[in-house]
Design a protein. Structure first.
Ligand code: GAL
Length: 715
């Protein structure tokens, strides 16, 4: 039987380059005890030196290798070490890896001592190494550092399943199971593939050291399709007669960009509507645990109503992709890079990263396109001919794209993927054609920007999404971007933040998020979000002469003293292609501004939503919420603790700049700033579980508001 042990706990960490840490016996007294995922430094959410994480650090872990594992194979897998790793076992070199976004596995069988304490030492180089993509030039994001994803040990028989690649058809499944024989003699093995009640088997003789690919086909399966509404998933089990067993999740779906320019999922046209995502988080850098990765996918699909995300500009967390599979969110995944192409050796590392990405992720039904170019790089015929070939060889089922920002570019991919920063939609010059970025640096918008800018930011997203939907030959548009992100000095607003998100870095919405959300089907969520603070002096010229409302209702009406004014219909003339065009409410003000503002949304003539904004604008309420109320006692599970100053109806007051002080009792710690100076009236920190069970209480206070408390169970 195969045993898989998480090695996320009990690491020792030293944030300086100390070569003696590779030895079997080393001075560990000063080292810190940490759990993975781990960031090599704590990063403030903004205004920090972007070199702080660019350092060499060391990790050590003791591990007892029981005698019963003698004669078995031990493989150590790192899901992500930023950006280069050298690994020793008991002081002996075990291997090295370049590239922080893809996993690597080392066979450590010959290096361990059975029945004894063993030591894993890892030297982690988190400098922006010019020899490793995406580095070498200047990139508009931060790579951060550390062993920032999971680590596990897999113990199996010497004949074991090294890989499973499933290729679902409509009611059938092809699969290739790679069986490894790490014994000194040939082995006859029966390989079985099973799904539901159907099985297929094959007996093969595998030579010593061989990696044998065994092909299977299962037919006439009774399976339901994987699609956006019902992302049905099934477990496929590959097993060997020695008990080795690997379960792979599969979704039955057909995804294709066709020459009519459209994207089809299971034969049905789906207009792609998405945003780009960076995987980084305030304070944690890249080291966000599964819960936060998964929640981002939920936000994109359920809070923003997207059907596709681009993992700009690198392979993202396996937990994020798992969640995309589970909720039906399509993914365009791309190799690490940003405009710069290095020398021949650099390109070899890039191709290796491409291979590792595809082998890691080709079983995810959510992934519908591989990005095989360095984002916005120049044409490079030989390099990109190779990356396309590698992608097609490793995965004949998926098409390739490659993101460029100039139109006269050599088209080596299957889909022309283009960043259109024209502040409009250019007619497609290739088919298939997908817009992979727009907006971004054309209109950076902070959550505390003046209201008119926030509204225009939202409308730019609305106009471009509307235009793409109405332009023949365009498969869809992915906007820049979902969340504000940390970046280098020369990008963003100088405070190390790029304010290009429709949500801020803490995942709070800006008005642009309301535009996306308003495209949701009202049967799922009714949305009614006025894009205004309804404060007379906030607008140029004074007074709110027009209010944009993002809603999926059929009509909206302002109420004055409880009396509904004339209903207003969505601006279909201005946005002919959107499912739910924004509303433009002329002259909504309730002059002389003495009563609270109220608006209602109706469907089928009935009021289905109501929104009030307090006229006094007093931030009289401190809100405090936890996204999750139960955490795992694993030393790394986290939830967001969010707080805000709101009016009496729960509307965040973006110019409230108070300070919130937090206290925590129980087995958890806060990761973030405390006290926290509110940004745009709100803020957030992470609550990280300890390794003990218990009840955690978080209290938030300001000098002026009622103290708020949330409770979280660590189990
Ligand atoms: C693009 C780039 C993105 C981001 C964006 C900002 O050119 O691909 O990574 O920098 O600009 O608008």
């Amino acid at each position: 039987m195969r045993e898989v042990a998480s090695l996320n706990r009990d690491w020792l960490f030293w944030p300086y380059d100390t070569p003696s840490a590779k030895r079997r016996v080393a001075n560990e007294r000063a080292m810190y005890e940490v759990c993975l995922p781990h960031s090599n430094v704590y990063v403030p959410w903004h205004n920090f030196d972007d070199k702080i994480y660019q350092r060499i650090s060391w990790y050590r872990r003791h591990i007892k290798i029981p005698a019963r594992w003698r004669n078995r194979r031990l493989r150590l897998t790192f899901d992500g070490v930023m950006i280069a790793a050298d690994v020793w076992i008991n002081g002996k070199p075990a291997g090295a890896h370049k590239g922080g976004y893809t996993p690597f596995t080392l066979d450590i069988t010959s290096l361990v001592e059975f029945g004894k304490d063993n030591v894993i030492s890892v030297r982690v180089d988190s400098t922006e190494r010019a020899d490793i993509p995406p580095c070498g030039g200047v990139i508009d994001y931060l790579t951060f550092g550390g062993i920032y994803r999971d680590v596990r040990l897999t113990v199996s028989e010497p004949v074991y399943i090294a890989d499973v690649f499933v290729r679902p058809g409509a009611r059938s499944l092809s699969a290739t199971v790679t069986v490894a024989n790490d014994q000194a003699y040939a082995r006859e093995t029966e390989v079985v593939l099973a799904l539901g009640g159907k099985t297929a088997r094959e007996t093969v003789i595998i030579a010593p050291g061989e990696r044998r690919k065994v092909d299977f086909a299962l037919r006439n399966l009774t399976v339901r399709v994987w699609d956006l509404e019902t992302p049905n998933l099934y477990d496929v089990t590959a097993s060997l007669d020695n008990g080795d067993r690997v379960v792979t999740r599969v979704g039955f779906r057909q995804a294709r960009f066709e020459t009519d320019g459209k994207f089809y999922l299971n034969g049905k046209h789906v207009q792609l509507f998405g945003l780009d995502r960076h995987q980084t988080f305030p304070f944690l850098g890249g080291a966000a645990p599964a819960r936060l990765q998964r929640r981002d996918a939920d936000i994109l699909k359920r809070e923003l109503g997207l059907n596709i995300v681009r993992t700009s500009h690198y392979p993202q967390s396996p937990h994020f992709l798992d969640r995309c599979d589970e909720i039906g969110l399509l993914v365009f995944e791309e190799i690490p890079g940003w405009t710069h192409i290095g020398d021949a050796a650099w390109k070899e590392v890039s191709k290796q990263e491409l291979r590792e990405m595809i082998v890691r992720d080709r079983n995810h039904p959510s992934i519908v396109l591989w990005g095989v170019r360095i984002n916005e790089s120049a044409d490079d015929h030989d390099y990109y001919t190779d990356t396309n070939r590698i992608a097609h060889e490793l995965d004949p089922t998926r098409q390739t794209g490659g993101v460029r920002c100039f139109r006269e570019s050599e088209m080596l991919e299957d889909v022309f993927t283009y960043n259109d920063f024209s502040n409009g939609v250019q007619p497609p010059n290739h088919r298939p054609y997908l817009i992979t970025e727009f907006n971004g640096h054309m209109f950076p918008t902070k959550p505390f920007d003046q209201e008119e800018r926030m509204v225009e930011h939202a409308l730019r997203h609305a106009r471009i999404q509307d235009a793409q939907m109405g332009t023949p030959g365009i498969a869809g548009a992915i906007g820049w971007c979902a969340f504000d992100y940390n970046t280098h000095r020369m990008f963003g607003s100088g405070d190390r933040v790029c304010y290009h998100g429709v949500m801020d870095i803490f995942r709070f919405p800006k008005f642009a998020a309301y535009f996306y959300k308003s495209q949701l089907d009202p049967k799922r969520t009714v949305v009614l979000e006025p894009a205004s603070l309804m404060k007379q002096g906030e607008r140029s010229g004074g007074g709110v002469s027009e209010m944009v409302v993002f809603s999926n209702c059929e009509e909206v009406a302002v109420c004055r003293d409880g009396v509904e004014a004339k209903p207003i219909l969505p601006d279909r003339a201005g946005f002919p292609n959107l499912p739910h065009p924004p509303f433009r409410v002329p002259d909504p003000e309730s002059y002389p501004w003495i009563t609270d503002f109220e608006i209602v949304g109706k469907i089928g003539g009935k009021i289905v939503a109501r929104k009030k904004i307090a006229v006094d604008g007093i931030p009289d309420h401190l809100s405090l919420t936890a996204d999750a109320h139960t955490l795992a006692a694993d030393g790394s599970d986290c939830t967001r603790i969010a707080f805000a100053l709101t009016d009496r109806y729960g509307n965040i007051q973006p110019y409230a700049t108070g300070v919130v002080e937090l206290t925590v009792t129980g087995p958890a710690t806060l990761i973030g700033e405390n006290p926290f100076a509110l940004v745009a009236g709100r803020g957030a920190v992470w609550l990280r579980a300890g390794q003990e069970e218990g009840l955690v209480k978080v209290e938030a206070r300001t000098p002026y508001h009622k103290i708020q408390t949330v409770k979280i169970h660590v189990k």
